[in-house]
Design a protein around this ligand. Structure first.
Ligand code: SF4
Length: 1056
């Protein structure tokens, strides 16, 4: 719309019309409506951190933080490095206080100016709020029109807000949201300008200046609102029919500056979990850091925040029960409820309460990112415990990862992957290389390792919490290798954070974790897929390329043997003698000479001597050649073959003359030979290691495994790709030593439903098994089950339906409709890469993709990690700048497991279909058979459980805190059967409780148009202000006083 100065038209159209029963709004009503809409505009377009009413709370929080920092700095024993960090945080907080102060002062001056204006000219009729660089270059504009009642506008003397005005304000905000106002964020920080039409006689030069030439840019259309009073008749619809030509525009001199940095920080404060805050901005983190000390029975718990969620408290109570009972436990708690900090607080406090007990916390994470996040949280907790308890709270906590993540030698780090870094390190640190370097100065060593070795027993880490970054920095500073230092310190550390494999994969656990004490508390975080990790740790695949590589390795080994025979035959003889004597193969090795332990579990490794037929190096090579030949022959098959390890070993024995006992020792024998031959290129010898790994496992286990040989992938039968897989079906095998060895093992995740299935899959008896609800102040999760398109045709990824044009079209239409309603980020998950590729190609041909791209940018997950990371970066950027984006991804992919789409990065997630595993897979069928026969778990039950945990994992990506909100659509006609009816009949649900509790009956069998309606309603609801501390007497944020009261009265009812 183009509007000339002072121009009016009786045909002017309004986006929102608000009728009020009052005869006049009155000056006070007008002021409050302007003020509320001003707050709405600033907040909804993400220009201020919180609604106007809450800003003073945020400001108080900042000031308290500043005082805390000052107090901390005055303490005499603050180390220089901590002091530096605190000073920098103090500067940051101070800067934020200034900005917040300026923002609050301007808003308050603007409010006073508006009040003055209303006193002077109660007849004001038109007010414009403009967000943008200047009034002439608006990004958003809201034009408010107050039409007169018979009485005209008047000023009643005071500006208190009446109930009627309050109701009118709410009505207006609701109406605004339903038009989609505020659903888009503005690109970057803006300024807010206020313009009013008033008589030219207005004389408030301190606050308002005439702006006669004001008009919008030709192409710009403001959002218009009109407020109509009861007594107003049709003739007075236009404000300009009674002398409006006399009015002119005035611009308020008080322009609201909107500081983006502050907004980013504070939005994360509002929306992120404590965990993500901790991982990110230090000042935000410090601002949240408050002090809570409370008792759970005999344990004094130190919790580094000013409030605790009720479910965090409950979680701690149950965890303590398990620790007291010295047993294992299963705890399911929704994402975004602060599971990690609850767990760390309880276990470290438990340890403090029992100073004589050697309790160690071993925290296993799936990714390095999660490891760093956990250590970040622990740091804050530790700082807090130190300030309260002083030196007695000191601990040593460290993260342990591969050389790739810890090495500081730039030449070694240049190697491209993990195996190459390991091999490059070994080339500089193996004992024989170092011995050679003593004679030949041209042999390259690692200076960091040499200094570390030189320091010998003095190479220790002082107490503290060390992330991988901290370890690298410490190592560089001292000149010691951080990797070997961390490995060495594991035995002294009170808290160790590392990956699952360090405990579950016997090849790694045998070296890294063998020293851990029984009293250690083992935590597997995000453990919903733990059964798959266990199975993978004991499964091996052999392809043609593996056999070819292994043959090359054997040639090289053979050459080396010949070379040694000619130059240093004594070495081979010594090895032979050692093997005859049956000496432990690895027991006397230095740290640098160990690289992988035996793949079989500790209890299964025989302590006998190595069999005679493989003691001589050349005999061993000969046995391996026969094994390769046999495996090559087995791969030359045209049919799928499945057999048990027992029958495989007997056939191998009869055809190649290799016995079971010989197979069992292959891995250790190879290890010994490679050391004797001083081979350091371990990465080049991976194929032969895989073969020996296979041989040892197949020779060790008779139950729980299958050997499956497939000539091609069934989905691509025309491409020959033979594969021989030794597949483990029993997850309990890998985890059994952990349960047997340690006193308490905690298995925890946001998705462990049905919680009774895990003890059966992993064969253990938990002393505590609990699933916690999320205490909510509002229904911020909106799950829906969509079964039909707008044309009522069912949608599903069931094999016979998934390619149906109607299904593909309906899925596309669903997305097109949703992207036009939902602001910011939308994430879509498909059941597989091939399905995603197919459906998107069809959408492209039918123009659906184009319709989507008209609303939002589109990004894809691919199998290439770098490409996907880039796509994710750009996706986030598109969400940040307000353009909005759609991310296409795959269930069971990297994105589904480890990437968060919190806040505006994910307002909706659509799960297209149910992510069942490929049910014709021979490995899956063998596992299902095993589960049925051994654990009496029905095939259908397991498949549904597995598919729904993956689906829950995908949709859970959008909610990472309680302040967040998001919708989840399960788009498949099979879902109601799998979720609700299932739960009704069997009294057991396979979706986590925190999703099911929000899944209403009315949201179960939806068509696309019904889902759109629900989405609109939900978004409107989420835009309303709410009380974050809880309502109706049920608290969702507990203070220290609440906990004390609960302890006194024993009333725990208040928590939910
Ligand atoms: S010893 Fe340490 S610093 Fe040196 S190459 Fe190996 S991992 Fe890197």
């Amino acid at each position: 719309m183009e509007m000339e100065e002072g121009e009016g038209s009786t045909e002017e159209k309004y986006d929102v019309e608000i009728a009020t029963t009052a005869s006049s709004l009155g000056g006070s009503g007008v002021f409050h409506i302007i003020n509320d809409i001003l707050g709405f505009v600033l907040y909804m377009h993400q220009q201020i951190p919180s609604v106007l009413q809450d800003m003073s709370l945020d400001f108080d929080g900042l000031q308290t933080e500043f005082t805390d920092l000052e107090a901390h700095l005055t303490q005499p024993d603050v180390k220089p490095v901590v002091r530096r960090k605190l000073l920098s945080s103090k500067r940051e907080v101070k800067h934020e206080i200034k900005k917040m102060q300026k923002l609050m002062t301007t808003i308050s001056t603007l409010q006073s100016a508006l009040q003055l204006l209303i006193r002077e000219a109660p007849d004001i009729q038109r007010v414009v709020l403009i967000l943008g660089g200047s009034p002439l270059r608006p990004q958003k504009a809201y034009e408010l029109l107050f039409t007169r009642g018979d009485n005209g506008l008047s000023f009643e003397g005071d500006f208190s807000k009446s109930k009627a005005t309050e109701a009118l304000s709410k009505k207006t905000i609701r109406a605004l949201i339903s038009t989609g106002a505020g659903s888009t964020s503005c690109p970057g920080p803006m300024r807010l300008f206020v313009l009013v039409q008033a008589p030219p006689s207005l004389n408030l030069p301190q606050d308002f200046l005439p702006k006669r030439d004001f008009r919008y840019n030709r192409k710009f259309v403001p959002l218009k609102l009109r407020f109509k009073c009861k007594t107003q008749d049709n003739e007075t619809n236009s404000p300009f029919n009674s002398g409006t030509n006399d009015l002119i525009w005035f611009q308020c001199r008080h322009i609201v500056p909107c500081p983006l940095k502050l907004i980013e920080v504070s939005l994360s404060l509002v929306n992120n979990t404590q965990a993500s805050i901790l991982a990110g901005n230090r000042s935000t983190l410090l601002r949240r850091r408050k002090k809570m000390i409370f008792k759970i029975e005999d344990v004094t718990v130190y919790f580094p925040y000013d409030n605790i969620y009720p479910e965090q408290y409950e979680y701690m109570v149950e965890l303590k029960r398990a620790l007291d009972a010295k047993g294992h436990c299963l705890l399911e708690m929704p994402t975004g409820t602060g599971k990690t900090i609850a767990l760390l607080s309880l276990i470290t406090s438990y340890r403090l309460s029992r100073p004589d007990s050697p309790i160690k916390l071993v925290y296993c994470t799936r990714t390095v990112h999660e490891m760093e996040k956990t250590l970040g949280e622990l740091k804050i907790l530790h700082d807090y415990q130190l300030t309260h308890l002083g030196a007695q709270a000191k601990i040593l906590a460290l993260g342990l990862s591969s050389r790739k993540n810890l090495c500081v030698n730039s030449k070694v780090l240049a190697a491209e992957n993990r195996d190459s870094v390991d091999a490059a390190c070994r080339k500089r640190t193996a004992s024989w290389v170092r011995a050679l370097a003593a004679e030949n100065p041209n042999v390259q060593l690692c200076d960091y390792f040499e200094s570390y070795e030189k320091a010998a027993d003095n190479a220790l880490l002082p107490p503290g919490v060390y992330t991988l970054e901290d370890l690298r920095a410490f190592g560089k500073n001292r000149g010691w290798c951080p990797y070997f230092l961390a490995r060495h310190m594991v035995q002294f550390a009170n808290v160790i954070v590392y990956s699952y494999q360090y405990l579950l994969d016997p090849k790694v656990a045998g070296i890294i974790s063998k020293e851990l004490q029984k009293e250690s508390v083992i935590v597997f975080d995000e453990a919903h897929n733990i059964d798959n990790v266990c199975i993978e740790a004991l499964s091996v695949s052999v392809r043609r390329v593996t056999l070819e590589g292994a043959n090359r390795n054997l040639n090289k080994i053979r050459q080396e043997i010949d070379r040694f025979k000619a130059t240093d035959a004594g070495r081979l003889r010594a090895e032979y003698n050692r093997l005859i004597e049956g000496l432990a193969l690895r027991g006397d090795l230095s740290g640098t000479d160990q690289w992988l332990a035996n793949p079989a579990l500790p209890n299964d490794i025989l302590k006998e001597a190595v069999p005679g037929n493989i003691r001589r190096a050349e005999h061993f090579v000969h046995v391996l050649r026969r094994l390769l030949q046999y495996l090559g022959g087995r791969l030359d098959t045209e049919n799928v073959e499945k057999e048990s390890p027992v029958s495989f070993v007997s056939s191998l024995n009869s055809q190649a003359g290799i016995e079971q006992k010989t197979l069992k020792f292959c891995y250790d024998r190879l290890h010994s030979l490679m050391m004797t031959l001083e081979i350091t290129d371990t990465d080049e010898f991976l194929p032969i290691q895989t073969i020996c790994d296979f041989a040892t496992l197949v020779g060790t286990y008779a139950r729980g495994f299958s050997i499956i040989i497939e000539p091609y992938d069934e989905r691509m039968p025309h491409i020959p790709d033979p594969i021989l897989q030794l597949s483990c079906h029993d997850a309990s095998l890998a985890i059994k030593p952990v349960f047997d060895r340690f006193q308490s093992v905690v298995i925890t995740s946001g998705t462990l439903s049905p919680i009774d299935l895990y003890p059966r899959l992993l064969s253990f008896n938990p002393v505590v098994s609990r699933s916690f609800k999320m205490s909510m102040t509002r229904d911020c999760i909106c799950p829906m089950v969509l079964t039909r398109g707008s044309d009522q045709l069912p949608v599903s990824t069931k094999f016979d339906m998934r390619s149906d044009p109607g299904v593909v079209r309906n899925y596309g239409k669903l997305l097109v409709e949703m992207v036009s309603v939902v602001p910011d980020g939308v994430v879509c998950f498909f059941v597989s890469y091939s399905y995603m590729d197919g459906i998107i190609a069809t959408w492209n041909e039918t123009g659906i993709l184009k319709e989507i791209t008209q609303q939002k940018l589109v990004f894809f997950e691919t199998q290439d990690v770098v490409e996907t990371t880039l796509a994710l970066d750009n996706y986030r950027r598109a969400c940040d700048c307000g353009r909005g984006a759609v991310f296409f991804s795959v269930a069971r992919g990297k994105v589904a497991e480890g990437i968060d789409f919190d806040r505006h990065y994910g307002r909706l997630v659509v799960m297209f279909g149910v992510p069942f595993q490929y049910t014709l897979s021979k490995i899956l069928l063998a596992r299902l058979e095993y589960l049925r026969d051994t654990f009496q778990i029905k095939e259908g039950d397991f498949l549904t459980f597995d598919a729904l945990r993956q689906a829950a994992q995908c949709v859970g990506r959008v909610i990472r805190s309680k302040a967040d909100y998001g919708m989840m659509i399960f788009a498949d006609k099979r879902l109601p059967l799998q979720t609700c009816r299932y739960s009704r009949h069997d009294k057991r649900s396979k979706l986590p409780g925190w999703i099911l509790s929000h899944l209403r009956d009315a949201h179960l069998n939806l068509s696309t148009d019904m889902a759109i309606h629900i989405a609109r309603e939900f978004l409107r609801k989420m835009a309303q202000p709410y009380d974050k501390t809880g309502t109706m007497g049920r608290k969702t944020l507990l203070t220290q006083e609440d906990l004390e009261k609960m302890a006194e009265t024993g009333v725990q009812d208040m928590v939910y």
